[in-house]
Design a protein around this ligand. Structure first.
Ligand code: SF4
Length: 509
């Protein structure tokens, strides 16, 4: 039996979807604009499976369509009840496929009771429609992708920008409300499409104004200008000297580690001084920061160490005859060890290419060995501190406070989230920790993402929860797909094995 609202009652063969402001009128056998809801024999139906994650499940279960989010606790089930599985305390109800309630004053699609370690718990699940959402992409490479603030585009539309680089990583800020809704319709649609693909772990092609062409996919090596990146740099030039100076000592008279940030010159550097190395007198271009550490030796680019150079000698400014001597051995190397050349000073103190001695090659190889694999990481960031809270409690600010006090744990598709300090519930989640295809969209445009709030039943009542809408896990039987629980995600009910979440598990009463 369904518990349909007036707006979803079939008129002729049409049903009106009221799960978002678009209010699609859907004919029998068709789906609405977002493909999430369809008209199945005159009943508004959420077309994707509602996902339960079970610690005991091996390889997941069957995919079973279930009735629309407003079907309520008494809805018909599409599959025979598997009591043994559903009674298990090992089952977590995710928001994936749970549906959306709109407007938000309606209770969330599912508010499910369970008992864990003797504590009565409640998990409130929904698929949030996020207008305020974006993506932070961390690209582990020293390859220059574009200048800070440069526009990032997909299909010619601006969908984000290059932001401040982090240690060994280029960073992009993509999506966001301004690109979704503040520009043209085309820009909004491109932004939504890009975010949906990246959140669902698909590859996207992006270009940077004045910078690189990239193919990015969460958890895979980035492809920059057609070249698949392999290594994340071991550190800046100065750090590289600090790590390997002792291993080079005795085999070289100078090491210059070429890096877009800090190029290191060993004999001037504290690491060389500590080893009593005499200054070699080989001066590099750029601005000296401190002894043996130089900024801006070249322009950023896709050459050695994230600079634009392909010939390392172009950064040599002069060779000081007061210190330099014929026969001096000089290594020039990048921060990934991918580029390296060995030189000797000839009688005219000119740097001449020479065969790299084995002990030096060994340390260059060790730089490579110490580089971590280059990866693109995609973090979805969204604001859940708005009207979505009304689906959880009649007094929304109490949910915010409860999250901040770690009485309520927030997860996305079971994955741990980082909750930003300050006002609201602004979350950030690594998309690779969610099941595949957890995200959807609506053409307003906005991204739809699963979100769960887990709290003790007692605290749920205190924060003004929709107590009369709590259902037992058993009522979900036959309406969901069961997947295995991802072992490296902390169990949302709290078992003392938290990892990666900014919150602790709900407190015991
Ligand atoms: S876009 Fe999707 S959620 Fe929104 S009304 Fe249409 S079918 Fe329903």
């Amino acid at each position: 039996m369904t518990d349909k609202t007036d707006s979803t009652i079939a008129k002729d063969d049409l049903v009106v979807c009221d799960a978002c402001p678009v209010l699609c009128r859907i004919r029998t056998g068709r789906t609405g604009a977002c493909d999430r809801y369809g008209n199945v024999d005159g009943v508004l139906t959420r077309m994707d499976p509602f996902v339960l994650a079970d610690k005991a499940a091996e390889g997941g279960g069957e995919m079973v369509p279930f009735l629309a989010s407003n079907a309520g606790p008494g809805a018909e089930s599409g599959k025979e009840w598997d009591g043994a599985l559903m009674r298990s305390a090992d089952t977590f109800v995710t928001g994936i496929g749970s549906g959306t309630t709109y407007p938000d004053y309606k209770p969330a699609p599912f508010i499910v009771a369970s008992e864990h370690a003797g504590v009565d718990m409640v998990t409130v699940v929904t698929e949030g429609i996020f207008c305020y959402c974006g993506i932070k992409v961390k690209i582990d490479t020293d390859r220059h992708v574009g200048h800070e603030t440069a526009a990032v585009r997909m299909d010619g539309e601006q969908v984000g920008h290059v932001t401040t680089a982090e240690y060994g990583s280029q960073m992009l800020a993509l999506g966001g409300v301004r690109h979704l809704t503040g520009g043209s319709k085309k820009e909004g649609n491109a932004t939504c499409q890009m975010m949906l693909a990246l959140c669902n772990k698909e590859a996207v092609d992006l270009t940077v104004d004045g910078g690189a062409e990239m193919t990015l996919q969460a958890g895979t090596p980035p492809v920059i200008n057609g070249h698949q990146e392999d290594r994340m740099r071991v550190g800046c030039g100065s750090a590289t000297l600090g790590m390997f100076a002792k291993q080079w000592h005795g085999h070289v008279d100078e090491v210059i580690v070429v890096d877009d940030h800090i190029t290191g010159v060993l004999s001037e550097h504290q690491a060389g001084q500590f080893l009593d190395m005499p200054v070699a007198g080989i001066r590099v271009r750029g601005r000296k920061s401190t002894p043996g550490r130089y900024f801006q030796v070249a322009e950023p680019g896709t050459g050695w160490g994230g600079t634009d150079i392909t010939d390392p000698l172009t950064i040599i400014d002069k060779i000081d005859a007061k210190h330099a001597k014929p026969g001096m051995r000089v290594l020039m190397v990048s921060t990934t060890g991918e580029d390296a050349e060995f030189f000797e000073l000839d009688d005219d103190l000119k740097m001449t290419k020479a065969k790299m001695p084995d002990p030096v090659t060994k340390v260059v190889d060790r730089i490579g060995e110490n580089c971590e694999p280059a990866l693109a990481s995609v973090l979805f960031m969204a604001g859940a501190g708005g009207s979505l809270r009304a689906g959880v409690t009649e007094n929304p600010v109490k949910l915010t406070r409860s999250v901040k006090e770690a009485l309520t744990r927030v997860t996305c598709g079971g994955a741990p989230v980082y909750v930003w300090p300050g006002g609201g519930i602004t979350i950030m989640v690594d998309v690779t920790r969610l099941p595949d295809n957890s995200f959807g969209y609506v053409p307003t445009p906005a991204i739809v993402g699963p979100i769960e709030f887990t709290v003790s039943r007692k605290d749920y009542e205190t924060l003004g929860g929709h107590m009369d809408h709590i259902v037992d896990l058993a009522t979900l039987a036959g309406r969901a797909k069961v997947t295995g629980w991802r072992e490296d995600n902390p169990w949302p009910y709290g078992d003392g094995k938290s990892n990666g979440s900014s919150q602790n598990g709900p407190k015991k009463q």
